[in-house]
Design a protein around this ligand. Structure first.
Ligand code: NOJ
Length: 407
């Protein structure tokens, strides 16, 4: 048996747009309407109405923490207008979690933007930072000390990559120059909202908050060791995994490291070129790793390597997302169990991991992939929105409530 600390944070993550439904004032909503072949989020999981039921379920599954996001477009429907009724809704959400003894971890930006913001250029426009600060300020004030853990921006690099570099997500730009601008604006938004949240807690004599981003990390592994492949692995690690963390760490704008981990990328460079070094992934079918239903390789060792890479910062590490979409729920439990073993191994080697959140509590809207990928601990029947906890959810519940995992 391996044992996790008594105060370990166990739970799962959701994001507003992917579960709530009817976020008709967001940029993704508008985008979905114009894209033939792209699923509409529609009523999603009706979590906006059913949040109490969902969190009661989380409680029954042994969760003591839950990461959720707020839909900015609901809260600030127009540039100069906040909606008190939407703020009140989220206060009820947080209060319900608290009443169950579940620690809320609140994300301010999880991929979607108010439609009005996208119309003035979204994150390309430096004004987005100011608007984001107004929104963050309003939230922090309205929640008045109900929240300790904040995530300002979810996966800033993933968002920038899909929306501004490869052009697959709205606004579908394909420009390295714009992508760089957006990434810088998001970093700025984090730094300034980090400081804003801290000053508010200080001025109001609240115990200090814990603020971070959620950084997606990928295990880059060379197919074959060679000078070029090793260099490619080194560069990708530096650029895609650690650069942002290094930068925010140096600016003292991280109270913990929020980490999302799913998969590895095999690196196989064929020429000396920037694209080969930074972007190319191995196309050979020589590996035998199992995959999730989106084709992502399952590689728990990668979580261990990356956690060990974070040790030098001497900050608490919080796994804010780790999960699998699959048809066979046994595969889900294998995935969770094997990743938890690696988390434990890293902890035994000195990494201060404070929690593990599974993605996701519910099956949900997986962005441009629609509703087909099933990531949930609980299955959703989209014909009547019935939630059914899967076996893997019960197995994780056992670990969460005892802190013990069979080796
Ligand atoms: C990370 C993102 O934060 C989340 O929105 C997404 O659904 C999961 N990865 C799975 O792809």
């Amino acid at each position: 048996m391996i044992e996790f600390p008594k105060d370990f944070l166990w739970g799962s993550t959701t994001a507003a747009y992917q579960v709530e439904g009817d976020n008709s004032n967001s940029d993704w909503w508008e985008w979905e309407k114009t894209k033939p072949g792209i699923a509409s989020s529609g009523a999603a999981c009706r979590h906006y109405q059913l949040f109490r039921e969902d969190f009661n379920l989380a409680k029954s599954l042994g969760h003591n923490s839950h990461r959720l996001s707020l839909e900015w477009a609901r809260i600030q429907p127009e540039p100069d207008k906040f909606s008190q009724s939407e703020i009140d809704h989220y206060i009820q959400v947080i209060d319900h979690l608290r009443s169950l003894g579940i620690e809320p971890i609140v994300t301010l930006h999880h991929f979607t933007n108010p439609l009005w913001l996208s119309k003035i250029g979204g994150w390309e426009n430096p004004q987005a930072i100011q608007y984001f600060l107004e929104y963050a300020g309003k939230i922090v004030k309205s929640f008045s000390g109900r929240v300790k853990y904040w995530v300002t921006v979810n996966e800033p690099m993933v968002y920038t990559y899909y929306s501004y570099l490869v052009g697959e997500w709205p606004p579908q730009k394909k420009s390295p120059v714009t992508a760089n601008k957006v990434a810088n604006n998001l970093v700025d938004a984090h730094i300034r909202s980090y400081r804003l949240i801290h000053s508010f807690y200080k001025e109001n004599k609240l115990s200090p908050p814990m603020v971070s981003i959620a950084q997606n990390m990928i295990a880059f592994i060379a197919c074959q060791k060679s000078l070029r492949n090793n260099l490619a692995v080194y560069l990708r690690n530096r650029l895609f995994n650690f650069r942002l963390i290094n930068l925010l760490y140096r600016k003292r704008c991280l109270d913990f490291i929020g980490m999302n981990y799913y998969t590895r990328h095999l690196v196989d460079t064929r020429r000396w070129s920037l694209w080969e070094l930074l972007g190319n992934t191995c196309a050979k079918k020589h590996d035998t790793l199992p995959k999730n239903s989106l084709g992502w390789e399952i590689y728990p060792q990668g979580l261990y390597y990356l956690l060990m890479g974070l040790k030098k910062y001497r900050l608490p590490v919080f796994i804010l997302e780790n999960g699998i979409c699959c048809q066979d729920d046994n595969q889900r439990w294998d995935y969770i169990r094997e990743h938890l073993k690696k988390v434990h191994a890293a902890m035994a080697n000195g990494v201060n991991v404070i929690g593990y959140l599974y993605w996701s509590l519910l099956d949900n809207f997986e962005w441009d992939k629609g509703f087909a990928p099933r990531f949930g601990l609980c299955a959703i029947d989209y014909s009547d929105y019935k939630r059914t906890p899967r076996d893997s959810a019960r197995k994780l519940a056992q670990v969460a409530s005892t802190g013990l995992l069979e080796e």
